[in-house]
Design a binder for this molecule. Structure first.
Ligand code: PLP
Length: 423
């Protein structure tokens, strides 16, 4: 029986290996079903999903309200292009404008496209409003950033696996150290700087949380220098870090309001959980003084703002509010880190736990950056929990936000027992 099961999984893995490009290195599990915090493999084995498709499935797999919103809309109208108006886009834009506190919304599809859009918007604003000379605008990025995979975006990457052999690169990118105010201050002295793009927590870099006050200071300097502060919340946004946005104040109400912003960005980028894992939906938000520099015909996307995406995203955001996912992530995150700290205290294999809300990571003691974290993830899989290393020795833990306290405790036990089994 077990052999047949293994053969079945093997078949699908070999199929991908033979016919698919080798641009990922997946954990060896073949998934065929998801519900809430769980996924099942082709043999019917159930796992806790602790990746949530890189924080896209915040609302849980196949949330019934999302399935309904999607199946209702798919039978009515799916794509019009923006050559015409549709009866869903304005509703989503209104919802997002009110929820996140910006005048305008520009919908795209993938996270990378939204980042590209924000960078274009920033440059155009610099020429039309700030008055920079043509083709001179620069944008500041932090080292170890991850904003996506396009040529422009990787031009600002410091990760050789993202950049090697993809040159020539886009000019106009300035790099500073993340969480280092001195290097940011120095970079902002350049008068050609139009914007700073930053992840409020660096996700792919290994859930790197900046010092308290760092983002606020950068934000204040941007205002002083008339530079746009662009927050890439593709991974941290939509309740993941225990607040609606990582740049919100301490409140986890799920509704945005001016006074609640700890740091109000000039441009906000969202993606991933904006559709709760149903389809690619991303967006750029800004106030009129910035967004209206883009005029008809100067930027667009065939699928951006399609009615199917809008119906799904609208419901995905309603779920975040109705189920208080920010509050749940906040509460469970405290429990998760408390339990993992006990493991850190007990095990030499784990150096540190860090994160906010339900975006957390364990740093594994692997000075040679070997395959310890990978081996732990493979054994976690055997024990019914799916997670993936990022950058060698760091394991990210980001379950769907619909988890219960009882489930989080069960998962902490699986992680603890698995890691201790290596000693
Ligand atoms: N920005 C951030 C902060 C991300 O974490 C990611 C993806 O992980 C992206 C942008 C790119 O999103 P996508 O993979 O949908 O293009």
């Amino acid at each position: 029986m077990l052999e047949i099961a293994q053969e079945q999984a093997q078949y699908f893995m070999e199929l991908e290996d033979k016919y698919g490009a080798h641009n990922y290195h997946p954990i060896p599990v073949v998934l065929s079903k998801g519900k809430g915090v769980f996924v099942w493999d082709v043999n019917g084995k159930r796992y806790y999903d602790f990746l949530s498709a890189y924080s896209a499935v915040n609302q849980g797999h196949c949330h019934p309200r999302l399935v309904k919103a999607m199946t209702d809309q798919v039978q009515r109208l799916t794509l019009t292009s923006r050559a015409f108006y549709n009866d869903r886009l304005g509703l989503l834009e209104q919802k997002m404008s009110e929820m996140f506190g910006f005048d305008k919304v520009l919908p795209m599809n993938s996270g990378a496209e939204a980042v590209e859009t924000a960078l274009k918007l920033c440059r155009k604003w610099a020429y039309k409003k700030k008055g920079l000379p043509e083709n001179q605008a620069k944008i500041i990025f932090a080292r170890n950033n991850f904003h996506g995979r396009t040529l422009t975006i990787i031009s600002a990457s410091t990760d050789p696996s993202a950049t090697t052999n993809y040159g020539p690169y886009m000019p106009g990118m300035v790099l500073v150290d993340y969480n280092d105010l001195e290097s940011m201050k120095a970079a902002l002295e350049d008068e050609m700087v139009a914007g700073v793009i930053i992840e409020p927590i660096q996700g792919e870099a290994g859930i790197v949380v900046p010092n308290d006050g760092y983002l606020k200071q950068v934000r204040d300097w941007c205002k002083e220098k008339n530079v746009l502060f662009i927050a890439d919340e593709v991974q941290t946004g939509i309740a993941r870090t225990g607040k609606l946005l990582a740049v919100c104040g301490n409140c986890s109400c799920g509704k945005k309001c001016e006074k609640d912003f700890e740091i109000k960005p000039d441009v906000l980028i969202l993606g991933k959980a904006l559709s709760g894992g149903m389809m690619p939906v991303s967006a750029v938000l800004a106030n009129d003084d910035v967004m209206l520099v883009i005029e008809p015909g100067t930027h667009g996307s065939t699928y951006g703002g399609n009615p199917l995406a809008c119906a799904v995203a609208l419901e995905a955001l309603n779920i975040v509010e109705d189920e208080d996912l920010a509050g749940n992530a906040q509460r469970l995150g405290v429990i998760f880190r408390r339990e993992m700290q006990k493991l850190v205290d007990r095990s030499d294999l784990v150096v540190k736990v860090r994160g906010k809300g339900l975006l957390n990571a364990l740093v594994i003691n692997d000075s040679e950056e070997g395959d310890k974290a990978w081996n732990i993830c493979v054994r976690l899989k055997e024990n019914g929990l799916l997670a993936k290393p990022t950058h060698g020795n760091i394991i990210r833990f980001a379950p769907p936000l619909v988890m219960t306290e009882e489930q989080v405790m069960e998962c902490c036990k699986i992680i603890t027992d698995t890691i201790l089994s290596f000693e």
